[in-house]
Design a protein around this ligand. Structure first.
Ligand SMILES: [Zn+2]
Length: 549
């Protein structure tokens, strides 16, 4: 049996692993790469296998970085079943359609620019229709059920406690007389989260593919983050500001709604004040996802189910408003009342959140609260890093708002949680592969595992293939460096275009200065100097573009 790591290998996103047995090709996840142009270009590329040759696919959970290329997989010839839990099937339906819609809009936008500049047109990665078509291949399986896919392969989904429907995948594979068990952790959640059950433990595995997103970090406790969250809300609204929360539409948003519901209910002493603070969920996807959460109460944790049995809805309260139309969304920015806006996307790369940031980042009365992972290269990461000037829709915005990053809301297990989960295996897996983490996280976690549990882990560093029977690395590619150098080139190009803009401004001002006591000769001299500089920056730009090609 071989396993090839095709995504979430050199980055956190694009989860995709191919297991090849003596008879079958099994795909684990088919996620989209996210975070930065260079990485996202990988979405267009070949999969690294022929989709028509894959026998079946298993999806760990609905997040786009695990499911986002399924429509493309089907479009390129895949026609097998896609096994996942019920709740994942419900969520992935709305998420992939939303993603198809975004790809269509992005292509439209790019083509409008291309029309003006005479560049060739682009095709969307996939459309809403492609997404709708791919949903037909989903095959929901109940949690805990041992499902026989065929006489040689059985699968079982255990709760990963990461988002609604998220699973740890256990696969039993027969090759001749030999049976081996492969476990894929998917994304592991955190214990004691609202709504969700705790991640289940697994007793044994021959081979384990394990996430290590926060393998070298220990989160602040969710209790501390929650305290800070409410302090920020009161502080900001008391000074007349709005709290803007970029949040993943699925999972994190519902968790925030749950906490806010309890906060509004329990703090009777603040009633008069809180009654005036409206909470807007401004993301059509988050609104639809909340509906799906409400429909899937069978997989909620005990506490939330008891709450529902009392007749109350944990995902609704008086001050909560879901905005649907883009007009309602726009109106929020003309509403001066202190309020809370929860909007997507969580990393601020797309969606309505960009408009809200544009309207609030400049305002020192406002606060922006990050409650989730921010990938390298995203607007969210740049704000969390403390950048004071950002560009949104081509406009430069100076950041005056207070920026907070609350790690206690993370949906990912941290180093200690991961270690606890791994140590619950009764016999240590023969082989452990670490994926889904930035390099330091995976290496840091491997080091901790060795120190504490005494096991060796293989840090998956790039697109690579291993022979599990002989325990050998068969091939490794150099995607990581290619992506990094493309990122650097994009950086240089951005800097050059900035120089270009600055030079144009100088030139314009120099011309204006003619009437300001300078001789025409002096002005000509300045103009020539600038034109010379402009020419050399242009040449440099050309050289960069060539290198890029
Ligand atoms: Zn996830």
């Amino acid at each position: 049996m071989n396993v090839k790591f095709l995504g979430a290998a050199m980055s956190v996103t694009g989860s995709c692993h191919l297991v090849t047995t003596d008879k079958y090709k099994i795909l684990l996840d088919c996620g989209q790469f996210q975070g930065g142009k260079a990485l996202e270009e990988l979405n267009e590329k070949e999969f690294g296998f022929d989709p028509a040759e894959i026998d079946f696919m298993i999806l760990s959970h609905a997040h786009i970085d695990h499911s986002g290329r399924i429509p493309l997989l089907v479009k390129r010839g895949y026609s097998g079943r896609i096994y996942c839990t019920d709740a994942t099937a419900d969520l992935v339906d709305i998420m992939l359609k939303d993603s198809g819609y975004i790809h269509e809009k992005e292509a439209e936008w790019t083509n409008r620019k291309a029309e003006r500049s005479g560049k060739p047109f682009v095709e969307p990665l996939y459309t809403f229709e492609d997404a709708a078509e791919s949903i037909k291949y989903l095959e929901p399986v109940l949690y805990g059920q041992l499902h026989e896919i065929n006489p040689d392969v059985k699968v079982r989904f255990s709760d990963a406690g990461h988002i609604l429907g998220s699973s740890i995948v256990e696969l039993w594979i027969n090759e001749g007389e030999h049976v081996s068990k492969l476990v894929f952790s998917g994304d592991l959640g955190v214990k004691n989260k609202p709504i969700l059950r705790d991640p289940e433990t697994i007793a044994e595995a021959d081979y384990l593919i394990m996430e290590a997103t926060y393998g070298d970090r220990v989160h602040e406790s969710s209790f501390d983050s929650l305290g800070k969250f409410f302090d920020i809300i009161l502080k900001t609204t008391r000074r007349g500001g709005t709290v803007v929360i970029p949040s993943f539409a699925v999972g994190r948003t519902q968790e925030l709604i749950y906490h806010l519901n309890i906060f509004y209910e329990e703090h009777r002493e603040l009633k008069a004040e809180l009654d005036k603070i409206m909470v807007y969920v401004d993301s059509p996807l988050a609104t639809s996802a909340t509906e799906i959460f409400r429909r899937n109460a069978q997989v909620f944790d005990e506490e939330t189910r008891e709450y529902i049995l009392k007749g109350d809805n944990p995902l609704d309260f008086k001050n909560l408003i879901f905005t649907r139309s883009s007009e309602e969304s726009r109106q929020l920015n003309f509403n001066p009342a202190p309020k809370i806006i929860i909007s997507a996307s969580g990393m601020c790369e797309a969606g309505r959140i960009k408009h809200h940031l544009k309207h609030h980042l400049w305002d020192s009365k406002c606060s922006v609260v990050f409650v989730g992972y921010q990938a390298v290269g995203t607007l969210g990461r740049s704000l969390v890093n403390g950048d004071k000037d950002v560009s949104i829709f081509g406009e430069k915005i100076h950041v005056n708002a207070e920026i907070y990053n609350l790690e206690g809301f993370s949906g990912h297990a941290d180093r200690d949680d991961l270690l606890e989960w791994l140590s619950s295996f009764i016999t240590p897996p023969k082989k452990i592969f670490l994926v889904h983490g930035e390099e330091e996280s995976k290496k840091g976690f491997a080091h901790t595992v060795k120190e504490v549990l005494g096991y060796d882990c293989t840090v998956v560093e790039d697109v690579s293939e291993y022979d599990l029977n002989s325990d050998q690395l068969l091939s490794i590619e150099d995607t990581k460096n290619r992506v990094a150098s493309r990122e650097q080139l994009t950086d240089v190009k951005n800097q050059l275009s900035k120089i270009h803009e600055d030079l144009e401004a100088i030139l314009y001002n120099a011309n204006l200065a003619v009437g300001n006591g300078r001789t025409e000769e002096e002005i000509n001299e300045i103009t020539n100097l600038i034109l010379e500089l402009d020419k050399s920056s242009f040449k440099l730009g050309l050289a960069v573009t060539k290198k890029e090609e």
